[in-house]
Design a protein around this ligand. Structure first.
Ligand code: GLN
Length: 315
């Protein structure tokens, strides 16, 4: 596995296509050459190469975790009364709701994620950020914090997300403190992680919510099922269908350049490389995950994938 990770790093390091996100001004300061790959097995073995200790903001990769947290705390029905589970086929920041229901398409696009943040804000009030940081820290297995500069940069310039929050308010999808909910969303996107943290978080999802190193049960088995389902169908924005076809595992990307993929009951994979394609997915991240999935037979429907015993036979 270590050799595979190193070979993938060497193969994709020279790929310099794509652009660093600039619409959040602070993100434009990222080093486009940074590139890390980390895999963590469901029993906690770590294989990594490259820039796996460089901190970056989690951005949209926070969305599956807040969704899982909301389901754990409020129940599936209460959450699904506010957000759908249908791929939108549109950009992550589209200003749109589902025809007929006037609910966000799913929790992986901004409208759905802001709705989930509003549910958590309503449940916790001003303590919401602490509750969220605590859960994310437990998922990573170490104390996480916020990048204040990125948070303030997005809060100052996030007019599109502000428009979405007010559209949600107009249709009564979020409670009246829409600005405070939006603020929580900006803060959750600004949580600092490393590529290794993301791989640990992915491994925790792969291990049915039980952190492979700390042994803490961080998310319930029921919420994991729901989280992985929406990651599988909606996690890579309007590339989600192609990703499911090509790579075949639940995944989530973020505009700062992270990609997190979950191989059910087997392992978590994370990559960090800030150059993005037109969908907002990391170019090297997509190629690396596709390559590893193909070599290891990780696709959910690959004939090589014989379930949780498979990795044990090669590791
Ligand atoms: N904070 C970012 C936004 O709302 C997250 C988007 C992303 O990572 N795709 O625009």
């Amino acid at each position: 596995m270590q050799a595979l990770v190193e070979a993938a790093h060497a193969k994709y390091a020279p790929h310099a296509t794509g652009d660093v996100a600039t619409y959040i001004p602070e993100l434009s300061k990222a080093n486009p050459d940074h590139f890390g790959i980390c895999t963590v097995t469901s029993d906690g073995r770590v294989f990594e190469m490259g820039d796996c200790d460089v901190p970056f903001t989690i951005q949209s990769i926070s969305k599956p975790f807040t969704f899982g947290m909301a389901i754990d705390e409020l129940g599936r029905d209460a959450v699904l009364a506010h957000v759908g589970v249908e791929p939108s086929g549109d950009a992550f920041n589209a200003i749109e709701l589902q025809n007929g229901t006037n609910l966000p398409f799913n929790p992986m696009v901004n409208a759905g994620a802001i709705t989930v943040s509003a549910l958590l804000h309503k449940a916790h009030g001003p303590a919401a950020l602490d509750a969220l940081l605590e859960r994310f820290s437990a998922l990573a297995g170490r104390r996480l914090s916020i990048d204040q500069a990125v948070y303030e940069s997005e809060r100052r310039t996030g007019h599109r997300n502000r428009a979405i929050a007010h559209l949600l308010l107009n249709f009564g999808v979020v409670h009246e403190q829409a600005e405070a909910a939006l603020d929580l969303y900006f803060q959750q996107c600004s949580i600092l992680v490393t590529c290794r943290d993301l791989a640990m978080m992915a491994a925790t999802l792969s291990n049915m919510g039980l952190h492979p190193v700390t042994g803490e049960m961080v998310l319930s088995v029921n919420s994991i099922r729901d989280v992985l389902s929406v990651m599988f169908t909606c996690g890579m924005y309007d590339y989600s269908g192609q990703w499911a076809f090509r790579v075949g595992v639940p995944a989530k990307s973020g505009v700062s350049g992270g990609v997190m993929a979950v191989v059910n009951r087997q392992m978590g994979i994370a990559t960090y490389s800030p150059r993005l394609d037109r969908f907002g997915n990391s170019v090297r991240g997509v190629e690396t995950c596709a390559d590893l999935a193909s070599q290891l037979g990780l696709h959910a429907f690959d004939c090589l994938n014989i379930g949780s015993g498979f990795l044990d036979t090669i590791l």
